[in-house]
Ligand binder design. Structure first.
Ligand SMILES: [Zn+2]
Length: 398
């Protein structure tokens, strides 16, 4: 649970070279595989992607030999509920974010800090808490993981100036609409509009109540509210009836978020409907952890394998749901292997003794890959995962 080592104080931006990449997954659903074997990052940003033989790899501060394995953008969990640092009171769990880094996740997005004991519901209190949470995780990255937090849950009585004040103070997210007192579409739509006007992204709790105290949000309310993300369209855990899920897929232009803590059959219905409609670019993945179902360090990898295997999606496309799709929909500077994006990576290999001839075949057969290394902002943050099945081959710093 340590932060990555600080940059050397030479003044020059750090240079990272990753060579000998066997398979490069881009995160871009239009072209999920890139024809390249080497990436250079300078100052934590990708500066060059290509063939090692043609690139200037001299003067690197760090060189990683990928040993022929697969590199993908670091995975993004679009839906988490952090409490404080790397502790959650929800399941009395320490170091759940570090464990999730070992599942290949380098970025997390809060859908509301709703498990905090004594969470304030008065307006001045919820605004103060949102600002404090944005600062907590901006100032402290557990094990290097980027946690976007400070996601207030809207309550009746909020006015336009409250959203402006939140935005001016650096708040960029709303927590799941429906977890507070606002449970009608009209009020929710008005507040979502104010949030959007000041650059704050919104999401909504879709489906039945998750725990005592939360409520039902049906398709009509989701449509009327018009949040940027249809949060856990497959329920968290109770999903809406199939016709309502189909209606949301047909009508919505926003992100359609599938979560691990949801209904797996509804997840597959969403995937199949989105595919029929040519909307796979709208699918994003989250865990919704920690929650009643627990903490899922491998939740995003499990979703990728499940959707690929049971939904018959090429594994390289399923990886895009958890990387580039989320990065784009959430307006992040990560999730894609492109020049200028953050050098956030996960290196993986086919798990030992799993079926299939390649990592992609193995995942499409429903197996998890073995995580061999993670890198955040151009720095190595973990080595061989302590949580995934062991990777056949691992990368090493040379
Ligand atoms: Zn929810």
């Amino acid at each position: 649970m340590s932060d990555p080592t600080p940059a050397p104080s030479s003044g020059a931006p750090e240079k990272l070279v990753i060579r000998n990449i066997g398979l490069l997954l881009s995160g871009r659903i239009e072209q999920p595989i890139l024809d390249a074997d080497c990436i250079i990052a300078v100052g934590g940003k990708i500066s060059e992607i290509g063939r090692f033989a043609d690139m200037d790899c001299a003067g690197a501060d760090t060189t990683v030999d990928a040993n022929g394995i697969t590199l993908a953008p670091g995975l993004i969990d679009s839906h988490v509920h952090p409490v404080i640092g790397d502790y959650t009171s929800r399941q009395q769990q320490l170091n759940w974010i570090d464990s999730t880094l070992h599942g290949g996740v380098t970025t997390m997005i809060s859908a509301g800090e709703v498990h905090v004991p004594g969470r304030p519901k008065d307006i001045v209190g919820l605004k103060a808490m949102a600002i404090a949470y944005q600062r907590f995780y901006d100032n402290f990255r557990p094990s290097g993981v980027k946690v976007h937090a400070g996601a207030p849950v809207i309550e009746h009585g909020m006015e336009e100036h409250d959203f402006k004040e939140l935005a001016d103070a650096g708040v960029r997210l709303l927590g799941e609409i429906g977890l507070g007192s606002v449970k009608d579409g009209k009020t929710a739509a008005q507040m979502t509009g104010w949030a959007r006007k000041y650059g704050i992204q919104s999401t909504i709790h879709t489906g039945g109540p998750s725990i005592p105290g939360s409520g039902l949000i049906d398709a009509d309310m989701v449509l009327e509210t018009g949040t940027d993300v249809v949060g856990h369209i497959n329920g968290g855990h109770s999903a809406l009836p199939d016709d309502q899920i189909r209606c949301l897929c047909e009508t919505c232009k926003q992100a359609l978020e599938i979560v691990h803590n949801g209904n797996e059959r509804a997840a597959l219905l969403t995937l199949n409907t989105a595919r029929e409609l040519g909307k796979l670019d709208q699918l994003i993945l989250g865990t919704d952890g920690p929650a009643g179902s627990g903490v899922q360090p491998l939740g995003i990898l499990r979703m990728i394998a499940m959707l690929s295997a049971l939904g018959n999606v090429p594994a390289e496309v399923a990886f895009c749901f958890a990387t580039g799709n989320t990065g784009r929909r959430r307006k992040l500077d990560t999730g894609l292997i492109e020049v200028g994006r953050c050098a956030d990576f996960v290196l993986m290999d086919q798990a030992q003794h799993s079926g299939g001839k390649t990592l992609l075949e193995s995942v499409q057969l429903g197996n998890l890959p073995g995580v061999a290394m993670t890198i955040i902002d151009g720095r190595v943050t973990s080595g061989r995962s302590r949580n995934t099945p062991p990777a056949g081959k691992i990368a090493s710093v040379v």
